[in-house]
Ligand binder design. Structure first.
Ligand SMILES: [Mg+2]
Ligand SMILES: [Zn+2]
Length: 203
């Protein structure tokens, strides 16, 4: 007798640019992941949107590339402190994620043990496939929400539906320089993404 898993869809969410804003790194002049816990805050509207998805019964699963430790930009403890701030902010608002999946690797990193090609760094679908195996998820009814082409590529490779967050998008159109063939939908923020998912589920 095997254990019969309950199969159900899930929502996979990228972190930076979806839950929290990226921040300007003065050293590089680029918008990057938070480098300290102080840099991490939730984007307006994220909590109500997560509440709607959670109330609809979707397990929420974070899927995030965080190579800064591998790249020597911060310590492992800083990664943990940023994660702690995120979990605390979500929990205090009544949001519980099933899992926070981080790829901490980088193929050209400096940190021993974390500086190699891996199968969990997006656009690889590894973290989604692992969650499917662990939780008995139906990927064809699941969703991946992210703000980068690597997010939609990852979701597409896993066989989930994808929503590309792009603040400059409107409706079905993406007003970026390059198209995103792996995006099934576009949304300006997580609020719009949650509306797309819940209206699709109501059909
Ligand atoms: Mg992102
Ligand atoms: Zn990895």
């Amino acid at each position: 007798m095997g254990i019969r898993k309950i199969t159900r869809p899930a929502i996979f969410l990228d972190r930076d640019g979806v839950l929290n804003p990226t921040i300007l790194n003065p050293a590089t002049g680029r918008m990057e992941s938070p480098l300290t816990p102080k840099d991490l805050r939730l984007i307006d509207g994220v909590i109500p949107a997560l509440h709607k998805l959670q109330s609809a019964g979707y397990p929420l699963i974070l899927v995030s590339n965080q190579p800064n430790f591998a790249l020597g930009k911060f310590s492992y403890q800083t990664h943990r402190d940023i994660q702690h701030k995120l979990v605390t902010a979500l929990a205090s608002a009544g949001i519980g994620f099933f899992r926070f999946s981080y790829c901490l690797h980088h193929p050209r990193g400096l940190t021993p043990g974390y500086s190699h090609v891996c199968d969990c760094r997006k656009p690889s679908p590894g973290l989604l496939l692992q969650a499917r195996n662990d939780f008995g998820l139906t990927l064809s009814d699941s969703w991946m929400i992210g703000d980068q082409p690597t997010d939609t590529q990852c979701g597409h490779a896993a066989g989930v539906r994808t929503i590309r967050i792009a603040p400059s998008s409107s409706g079905a159109c993406l007003t970026l320089q390059s198209p995103d063939p792996c995006a099934d939908y576009f949304a300006r923020n997580l609020t719009e993404a949650a509306e797309i998912i819940l209206s699709d589920a109501a059909r």
